[in-house]
Design a protein around this ligand. Structure first.
Ligand SMILES: [Zn+2]
Length: 120
């Protein structure tokens, strides 16, 4: 649910707040939810909110409620560590001296041909 409440001026409207919740369910619903990945909750069921965070920047509500969403600006919030001191990329592996590259054949892993050739 997008927070577009304009009555509270202290909360920027660009965060997309979500709640990690805990709902007690029966064993039948547990089995169904495990299989389907979703289920229908009962109407007016009390939900325990484990954590409230922004779906975009993945930061807790209490930390960034009064700030602009970092996901709207750029993706620096996803990169860990000091942004000025970044590790260099590892060099690509190099074949040892005297090694000979042997090309392999290509084959399709999709479609009827792959099924007929027992690739799947
Ligand atoms: Zn956010």
């Amino acid at each position: 649910m997008s927070s577009t409440n304009s009555t509270k001026k202290s909360i920027p409207a660009d965060h997309e707040w979500v709640v990690a919740a805990e709902l007690p369910v029966s064993s039948d619903i547990a089995r169904y939810a495990d299989f389907r990945g979703s289920f229908l909750a009962k109407a007016q069921q009390r939900v325990t909110a484990l954590e409230v965070y922004c779906k975009g920047c993945r930061r807790p509500y209490e930390d960034v409620a009064d700030e602009k969403c970092a996901a709207v600006v750029d993706n620096r919030h996803l990169i860990g560590g000091d942004q000025r001191v970044r590790a260099k990329r590892l060099p690509a592996p190099v074949a040892p001296a005297g090694a000979r590259l042997v090309p392999g054949h290509t084959y399709s892993r999709r479609g009827v041909e792959a099924y007929v050739q027992r690739m799947v």
